[in-house]
Design a protein around this ligand. Structure first.
Ligand code: GTP
Ligand code: SPV
Ligand code: MN
Length: 594
């Protein structure tokens, strides 16, 4: 098993001594290897093969019942000093973290195989990419990493050739017990330890753990940014492509926006959308002074429920082959379904907990039993997406014209507004808030502050993170314009007022036009909003008064918001940048004048 990279050999040996697997298997990424692993997983029931006629290359998986979303309470940043993790992260010392997790890892791979997965976040060999190696006892994880990252022989060769540094990622299922689960990050050691879970963001360690938590800390040191953002290109009929990067919290619409299909009414304009990424952006200032972004991932780990041919046709196309479906409903013909999916509700099936399911069932509290878990997911190669950019493997990625923040705000935020400048934009991002979704354990619907959609993903002190943002703005010429959107504003009857999905292009068009100085705007207390008539509403009829409501700025609501922001800012004490205090004061003044 010994390979050329001494550091790698030594670390694998240490982990094997701790976990005591029966075997160690190096993953090379070949098709043959994939087939072999699938076969094994079909035998044990870890995976079920789906209908190969209708869904070639697709498989099905259920997670444990209490293991269906990221567990933020069990996620820690382990640094020597508490200050370095900051007031928004759970913290332990590295010593305590290693000891606690080692106790769970100890002997946990007896009777199991430890797989060694060398992977690259970003194109293999690009100076912007980072290499990681994940050790895991889960075939499901291997097969997911195969889709989500560039992995296997090519990456290992590269690592050995350069004898380079890599992120040490150790994952073990252990007992899949929520009481014996820890997701630990050691930014000072470039190490991740995850034990006791089998769910996506907890265990596909290249994703949230490396590409956001570890990478954000690295980015701070090395002068770049790792963000929870989609990246998309909007091509107009002249061939100009404007790229935007947008940060929305988990399950707030990144995947859907990244591959939207223009609405009927705008088709005459000939826009085309190019998907670059749906979850993570790594961004740096290039020699031209502009901000350039790459998507470090190679696949999509998207939310099933609500995805259908009307909301996201491109995704439904992508899911036709080579996809792993997790916690969805399994139909008798070995195809899959979820609530808000295509086709009529099946008459029977196996639900995400592996139980027989029929429509209309209720649980002991009288609540409907869904066939799919609300956070059911699919893992699909990004190249399956029909509108994938041709710049995916480009080392420099794409130049970003606009940064867009957004979340679920039933009442407060208007459909779209633009910040006055970069510093104000950082304030808008830092004060983002959203109603909690099913993507994380906790009470769904509760509003929580989620700066830049990074609350669960910033690997260091968030006060320093805000400073990093402010500093970057000063170095760019020009800095991207910064916007805030809200597709989720509701009326008195608790119904969304904006149709969303395809129609969001109407807002993106305005954003891109603003970036090119092709449209003016109206100055308000919170930022610039479109002048009446400037959003192209061709083909979309909304009830009278809806647009007014979508752009209303309610003084009382904004005063409450200020109170909530002040409370949040208090957490940071002296670590809150003075620029954000100044922006707060300025907003307070403008709201008072309303
Ligand atoms: P993560 O993968 O968790 O980071 O989520 P995401 O931000 O990629 O969210 P995604 O696009 O998967 O959307 C999550 C849910 O929001 C789905 O159920 C969508 O149907 C719904 N959704 C997405 N876009 C819109 C929109 O414009 N309007 C409305 N009303 N719902 C939307
Ligand atoms: C999210 O929760 O933001 C996701 C899914 O993108 S997970 O990989 O589980 O974090
Ligand atoms: Mn996400």
């Amino acid at each position: 098993m010994n390979r050329k990279h001494k550091g790698l050999n030594k670390w694998i040996k240490e982990c094997a001594t701790l976990c005591q697997p029966d075997k160690i298997v190096w993953i090379n990424g070949s098709e043959e290897e994939k087939n072999q692993l699938e076969k094994e997983a079909f035998k044990t029931g870890e995976l079920i093969q789906l209908n190969q006629k209708k869904m070639p290359g697709c498989v099905y998986h259920n997670t444990a019942v209490n293991d269906v979303a990221r567990t933020e309470k069990l996620t820690f940043i382990c640094t020597k000093n508490k200050r370095d993790a900051g007031p928004t992260n759970n913290w332990m010392t590295p010593k305590e973290g290693y000891n606690k997790a080692a106790e769970i890892f100890k002997g946990s791979m007896k009777g199991r195989t430890m797989y060694v997965i060398p992977f690259s976040m970003g194109p293999v060999g690009s100076p912007f990419s980072k290499i990681g190696v994940e050790l895991t006892d889960s075939i499901y994880v291997v097969l997911n990493m195969r889709i989500m990252t560039r992995m296997g022989k090519e990456v290992l060769d590269r690592l050995e050739k350069t004898n380079g540094d890599f992120t040490k990622c150790l994952h073990g299922k252990a007992e899949l017990d929520i009481n014996r689960r820890l997701i630990l990050h050691f930014p000072e050691d470039n190490t991740i330890w995850s034990v006791g879970s089998g769910y996506g963001g907890n265990v596909l360690l290249g994703k949230k753990c490396l590409a956001l938590r570890i990478a954000s800390a690295l980015g701070k040191k090395e002068g770049w940014m790792a963000e929870h953002m989609l990246i998309m290109g909007i091509e107009d009929p002249s061939g100009y492509i404007g790229y935007i990067a947008a940060a929305f919290p988990s399950a707030c619409g990144k995947t859907n926006l990244a591959m939207l299909i223009p609405p009927e009414g705008l088709k005459r304009k000939g826009y085309r959308i190019w998907t670059v990424g749906d979850d993570i952006a790594w961004m740096r200032i290039d020699s031209d002074g502009k901000l350039w972004a790459i998507n470090p991932e190679n696949g999509l780990f998207g939310v099933g429920p609500g995805t259908n041919a009307k909301t996201n046709l491109n995704m439904m196309e992508a899911l036709k082959k080579d996809t792993i479906f997790t916690n969805v409903l399994l139909k008798p013909d070995k195809t899959v379904w979820w609530e808000g999916g295509d086709g009529s509700q099946p008459r029977s099936g196996m639900d995400w907990q592996g139980r027989p399911w029929k429509p209309g069932q209720v649980d002991e509290h009288g609540q409907p039993v869904t066939g799919a878990h609300p956070n059911a997911r699919f893992t699909v190669p990004i190249k399956n997406v029909p509108c994938i950019t041709n710049r995916l493997d480009h080392h420099h990625g794409v130049p970003i014209s606009a940064i867009v923040f957004g979340g679920r705000r039933a009442k407060l935020a208007p459909l779209v507004y633009e910040s006055f400048d970069w510093q104000h934009g950082v304030f808008v991002g830092a004060t983002m808030a959203s109603e909690r979704t099913a993507a994380q354990f906790g009470k769904v619907g509760e509003v929580r502050r989620d700066p830049m959609a990074m609350l669960p993903f910033c690997g260091y002190n968030m006060g320093d993170y805000f400073k990093h943002w402010l500093k970057k703005g000063k170095k760019m010429s020009p800095a991207p314009k910064v916007f805030h959107v809200n597709w989720f504003k509701k009326d008195e009857n608790d119904k969304f007022m904006w149709p969303g999905f395809s129609d969001n292009l109407r807002v993106l068009e305005w954003i891109i036009d603003r970036c090119r100085d092709q449209v003016s705007a109206k100055k308000t207390a919170i930022g610039y909003i479109p002048n009446e008539g400037d959003l192209d509403m061709t083909g979309l009829k909304l009830p009278k008064g809806t647009m007014k409501k979508l752009f209303a700025i309610n003084k009382a609501a904004w005063r409450d918001e200020l109170v909530s922001i002040a409370e949040f800012f208090k957490k940071f004490g002296q670590d809150l940048p003075k620029e954000l205090r100044a922006e707060y004061k300025a907003l307070e003044k403008r709201i008072a004048k309303l």
